[in-house]
Design a protein around this ligand. Structure first.
Ligand code: GTP
Length: 306
């Protein structure tokens, strides 16, 4: 043993009871032969009483006390069988545990040539909290980036991406589908007569009314202004036309902005049948042509692209 190493061995004990990290050594037959205070604190057990106990006895005690590491089971015997299978399966193991008090530890287990097991538990609660917050912020940001601020449905970008992946699915599974563009008729009049804020309210309610008729997985988004896009996977053109007909009827029958000042609107819808190999741009352009036909033909109606 070189001098530096023997100095380390002599002095390391002074640090072991200062550190927040838990240290413990188990014998070949898994009896706890030594540990520091931090390790006992993690288990919520008394240092003096745990020396000489086996890993199994310790975990049975923790399970009984319902303090310390979370043991997610209703059957501790089965849990110990599974834990023991993993425990000495490799010379070095690393895993995370969480405690009832909310702390998290990164635990490493190293087995020596003599078969003794050195356990080191590092407090990683701060990192876990940061990780959790970051994850939450990321998902909030991606929701924001995909949502139309006014109507809270998908925005143009997110709608295009959902339709594109549905197009791929329909292509792979040889499914029929319909793409629709829906536009409010004479919406300028609503704004002119009732004001822009009421116009906004009509848009919000319209999105809700349309959503109430759709299946949960039908992509539906606000393309821009008073124009909305819909995609019906696994739907024939006849079925698509029927859904659009029901949408038109429901919208005509709805009193928007009620009870303040009920407003009635109509919509025009351009529908195109999906064909194998079609792109979003092609479907959009053909549905747009059909939408103009519906407007030209007097509005409050559906036009199917030929
Ligand atoms: N309140 C409100 N109005 C909007 C919004 N986006 C677009 N608009 C209005 O929608 C109206 C669209 O007018 P036009 O393109 O002339 O269409 P229209 O009056 O609906 O007539 P047709 O589509 O030809 O039946 C304009 O008055 C826009 O200001 C919005 O987010 N909120």
């Amino acid at each position: 043993m070189n001098e530096g190493f023997s100095n380390l061995v002599t002095h390391i004990g002074d640090f072991l009871d200062k550190t927040q990290d838990g240290y413990a050594i188990f014998s070949m037959d898994d009896v706890l032969i030594g540990c520091n205070q931090a390790f006992a604190d993690i288990l919520y057990l008394n240092t003096e009483l745990i020396i000489g106990q086996t890993f199994e006895q310790l975990y049975r005690e923790i399970y009984k006390n319902q303090k310390g590491p979370i043991i997610n089971t209703t059957d501790i015997d089965q849990w110990l069988i599974e834990a023991n299978k993993k425990r000495r399966s490799r010379d070095f193991r690393i895993f995370e545990i969480d405690l009832k008090d909310g702390r998290w530890f990164l635990v490493s287990e190293q087995i020596s040539d003599k078969g003794e097991l050195l356990l080191h538990a590092k407090n990683i609660t701060k990192q876990k909290v940061l990780e959790h917050n970051l994850h939450q912020h990321t998902s909030e940001l991606s929701n924001l980036a995909a949502t139309d601020e006014l109507t809270q449905i998908s925005n143009r970008r997110s709608f295009i991406s959902q339709v594109s992946s549905e197009i791929n699915r329909c292509e792979r599974n040889k499914l029929p589908a319909c793409f629709c563009l829906l536009d409010i008729d004479y919406f300028k009049k609503v704004n002119d007569e009732y004001g822009h804020i009421t116009g906004d309210q009509v848009l919000v309610e319209l999105a809700e009314v349309i959503n109430s008729l759709l299946r949960e997985y039908d992509p539906f988004g606000r393309i821009g202004g008073e124009e909305f896009g819909l995609f019906f996977p696994d739907t024939t053109i006849e079925q698509g036309q029927e859904i659009c007909q029901r949408l038109c009827e429901l919208i005509v029958a709805t009193n928007f902005n009620s009870p303040a000042m009920p407003i009635n609107i109509t919509v025009s819808i351009g529908v195109v049948e999906y064909w194998q190999g079609a792109t979003f741009e092609q479907l959009y352009s053909q549905a747009d042509n059909a939408l103009y036909e519906a407007k030209d033909a007097g509005r409050n109606q559906i036009a199917i692209h030929d």
